[in-house]
Design a protein around this ligand. Sequence first.
Ligand SMILES: Nc1ncnc2c1ncn2[C@@H]1O[C@H](COP(=O)(O)OP(=O)(O)O)[C@@H](O)[C@H]1O
Ligand SMILES: [Mg+2]
Length: 425
Amino acid sequence: MLELSEREPTDLGRANDKPAAGAVEAVTNKNEGKDMDKASTMTLEVTGLSKMFFVSDESTAGGIREATFSLKPGTFFTLLGPSGCGKTTTLRCIAGLERPDRGLIRLGNEVLFDSSRGIAVPLNHRNIGMVFQSYAIWPHMTVFENVAFPLRVAKDRKYSRAEITKLVDDALKRVGLDGLQTRSSTRLSGGQQQRVALARAIVRQPKLLLLDEPLSNLDATLRDEMRTELKRLQQQVGITTIYVTHDQTEALEMSDLVAVIDKGNVVQMAPPRDIYNRPTSAFVAGFVGATNLVRGKVRREVNGSGFGSVVLEGGHEIQCAFQQVLPAEKDIAVSIRPESMSIKPLAAPVHDGDNRLKGTVMLSGFLGNMIRYNVKIGERVFQINAGPETMFEIGTEVFVDFPGSAALGVPWELVPNEPAQAAVV
Ligand SMILES: Nc1ncnc2c1ncn2[C@@H]1O[C@H](COP(=O)(O)OP(=O)(O)O)[C@@H](O)[C@H]1O
Ligand SMILES: [Mg+2]
């Protein structure tokens, strides 16, 4: 069976509840006066962060389990996973909107949370900027007032009128909205609102920026544009950023580092290229980019650093690349990207090292820069992306060739199915 990645179009995070406004209050800075460059030289360390929600004594509603990562200053880090996998929970724990069950959160030298020592810095003392899915721009305020809001409500510090003007103007400049200070917020485009939300998140020069699906309310074209903008802004400001999304394209394009989350577990953490090219499980391979996932069995034990033979469901034997040590007879998934397979006429010679399967063209679709074919091999239909110059009629018998290095043998499941631990409060 052909399994292409399917992602949920919506996110069920608590994007629309109060925290949007609370988030603004969270943008506080005890070290006001430090410039952004200094503030951004902060490593974020998260160790064993767990926060589980239980619907009854036995069953777990969800949350995040044992998340551990360390972000160098300026890193653009993305939490990627399907709706409900625990992304927003992780972000809320870091912001201080949620109290973790266990774990350690340290930003620079400051411990924000440590369950073993009972430390929990309140959210309005964490120097963190946030933008939520619904960015909560107040319609009755001007652009200036929206961005100035965190400064006006700050409890730990009073800002002079001159300071407010300077900080707001600086933030608006950074997001490319200079000159719109007096514009009514009701007269902003979606993209401009997004920028106002960003300006508001960075106006107090936070050490860390948390973005929870900030582009999901925009239409496709604008989303594309804002993605580039956001990345540019993040690079320019140099602020360590945690970005939450269920959209793998966003994750791949924007991030230095991606953590793929499945049911509360971080299942792989790596740079985008590795997540795409070297997924360590069928879940990651299927979630990040379209792929053909086929069941198979390892023929002889593989040592994890090379090639091995796999018998596919249906009996074909192929060469696969492996990153894990796997015993003989182990049931696995083979992931082959549509762009790694090529269609050849039956007369074509096979290249050394290529796997070759025989199939029948079932469907072809012209996409301008490529043609997408569905080719039936045995009982399975494979998706193959071929050059726009190829022309194979439906019903034609063809060879499908792909190098062993492009067929990745991965375990179906990496996530241990251990019962959830009761929350330690
Ligand atoms: N306050 C809560 N009470 C009970 N369950 C919750 C609560 N917050 C989140 N959850 C559950 O935890 C899981 C993860 O939620 P969330 O972190 O919002 O996921 P994501 O942001 O990845 O979509 C979901 O199954 C959600 O229903
Ligand atoms: Mg969410």
